[in-house]
Design a binder for this molecule. Structure first.
Ligand SMILES: [Zn+2]
Length: 554
């Protein structure tokens, strides 16, 4: 028995022998819990000790209690669960911070409610202030796209550009169109589309993908102070959800904001700051001057887009949409440029991360990744495909074969699953959000949220991956249930898999001595909870690098 215990307790400072070293007391210990370590072969323990920001020991209560000294803070878990800090591998983090303070249309389920919320929000804002964010979803009221007439009367003094929750289309009001000089005869840029009223040939206010830039370019840039506030709000929100690291798919302005916070000691979360792939040469120059950051904030990733989204009918498929036979999607970036950026960015040693949703977009991208790897020679490059949502039969095995990381968001499956079949038919949904097939084929799955497209809520994501119950309740046994994963697999994709997708798995993501003490206390042991109840489990405490950065009140 004692030999067994000894093997569980791996001490940082005493690799040999079973006697703990009381002369090195822990800063913080967790006792009496259900600890899921994430370590293959040794996933379960009772207790964890933390010292100087690192995991000091993981083992039984008795073993860890021996590390208690005068100044040690003791957290009694009483059966609650400890897991490695959650890693959200895909967020639009600063946008999320702004969204926390903007109009919320996510669950508006009628045109009246949509209009009422915007009107009410405008009443409290100084005249001239832009109303953005929103995250509306027209599928909630049957699929009619909103029109500017719905909101004009309530927003005479406020320009509005509110987005669909996938960020691939937006509604502008008349004032916003007027400020931007957009009319029915405005030329729409490549990769975009402007919806016109069939009678008047005037814009309805709906702008898709690149056409959103016609209006968004006249929105004043946020000030540094506004960006800092948005970041701080996003960090607080993330920590309250147990997220200790995220990969921000964003801009250079975001990177500047993160660096300010890092320099001020305000960055309580780890961030991998990814910049647009079209700017890879700027990244090359920036890295030559500034390096690639540290374990709290790092960069070196490049983000591109092949196509749009399913919800906006702009994901790029081999075959036309079932409900819009005139289209099979839209390329949001001209493929010749994107191909060149991928090959050159990879050739310069950077980490290439590209959005692909439709089956043709995924096939195209897998081809280009293959070409880039051949051109630039072997290395640990970890190409990522963001969303990897609809895959052709041949694509699934290519992820493993080419070592491409599918970076996926389980919440999207239970959200899009409400109406995806209407859009692409019964055949193509079989390889939609194919988590199970990808894992079985050996693909290195990473999970995330895509906040603000979906809520930044890992427990909701785990629930989605385990149950595949669509949000409308129409699929109690799961939508395409063959693609469900296990709890252990979902946790791994939100910890080790996500860490690996940002080159951080050696330092975090498993509760092992010597790794950073990034961990989360959950109100219940997920392995004892019916998967259907997982969303009701609470995050009680979040720890980053040994510091308790969130504690649930009450
Ligand atoms: Zn995204």
């Amino acid at each position: 028995m004692s030999i067994f215990r000894c093997s569980l307790l791996v001490l940082l400072l005493t690799a040999a022998g079973c006697t703990p070293a009381p002369e090195v007391p822990a800063d913080l210990i967790f006792l009496g819990g259900a600890v899921w370590t994430g370590v293959p072969g040794a996933p379960v323990a009772q207790a964890v000790a933390v010292k100087s920001g690192f995991i000091q020991a993981v083992g039984t209560d008795r073993e860890v209690r021996a590390l208690r000294g005068r100044g040690t803070e003791v957290v009694r878990l009483g059966g609650r669960m400890v897991v490695p800090g959650f890693i959200d591998s895909h967020t639009h983090f600063i946008d999320g911070g702004f969204q926390l303070a903007s109009v919320d249309l996510r669950d508006a389920d009628s045109p009246e409610e949509f209009s009422r919320r915007i009107t009410e929000f405008a009443q409290d804002l100084p005249a001239g202030t832009w109303i953005t964010g929103g995250d509306w979803d027209h599928e909630r009221w049957g699929g009619d796209l909103p029109k500017r007439e719905w909101i004009d009367a309530g927003t005479l003094l406020h320009p509005v550009l509110v987005s669909r929750l996938d960020g691939h289309m937006a509604l502008a009001n008349s004032l916003a169109l007027q400020l931007a000089g957009v009319t029915g005869s405005t030329t729409v840029p490549f990769g975009g589309e402007m919806v016109l009223d069939p009678d008047t040939f005037e814009p309805t206010g709906i702008l898709r993908d690149e056409a959103m830039g016609l209006v968004s370019r006249v929105i004043p840039e946020p000030t540094e102070e506004e960006l800092d506030r948005a970041l701080d709000a996003a960090v607080q929100h993330a920590l309250s959800k147990g997220v200790t690291q995220t990969h921000n798919m964003g801009t250079w302005g975001h990177l500047d904001t993160f660096r300010r916070a890092r320099d001020d000691g305000r960055l309580k979360i780890r961030i991998y700051s990814v910049v647009p792939i079209s700017t890879w040469e700027r990244l090359r120059d920036f890295v030559a001057e500034n390096g690639t950051g540290d374990d709290r904030l790092w960069w070196g990733g490049l983000k591109g887009f092949v196509d749009g989204s399913l919800g906006s009918t702009t994901a790029w498929f081999h075959d036309p949409y079932a409900d819009s036979p005139g289209t099979s999607g839209l390329l949001t970036t001209d493929t010749a440029s994107l191909r060149r950026w991928i090959v050159d960015g990879d050739g310069a040693g950077f980490h290439v991360i590209v959005h692909a949703i439709g089956d043709q977009a995924n096939d195209w991208l897998l081809d280009v990744y293959e070409e880039a790897a051949e051109t630039n020679g072997p290395r640990d490059r970890r190409f990522r495909i963001e969303h990897a949502q609809h895959l052709s039969g041949g694509a699934i095995s290519r992820f493993a074969a080419q070592e491409v990381i599918p970076a996926m968001q389980p919440y999207h499956a239970i959200d899009d699953g409400r109406w995806a079949e209407k859009r692409i038919g019964p055949e193509r949904i079989k390889t939609t959000y194919a988590f199970r097939s990808l894992l079985d084929a050996g693909a290195p799955l990473a999970f995330g949220s895509d906040w603000t497209v979906a809520p930044m809520d890992v427990l909701e994501g785990i629930y989605a991956a385990l149950t595949r119950r669509t949000l409308d309740g129409a699929n109690p046994d799961g939508w395409v249930p063959e693609e469900k994963v296990t709890l252990e697999e979902a946790l791994t994709a939100y910890t080790w898999g996500a860490a690996r997708s940002g080159f951080m798995e050696e330092k975090v993501s498993r509760l092992q001595p010597g790794k950073y003490a990034d961990l989360v206390v959950l109100s219940r042991d997920l392995f004892q909870v019916d998967p259907v109840e997982i969303p009701s489990v609470q995050v009680d405490m979040t720890v980053v690098e040994g510091a308790i950065v969130y504690r649930r009140e009450g």
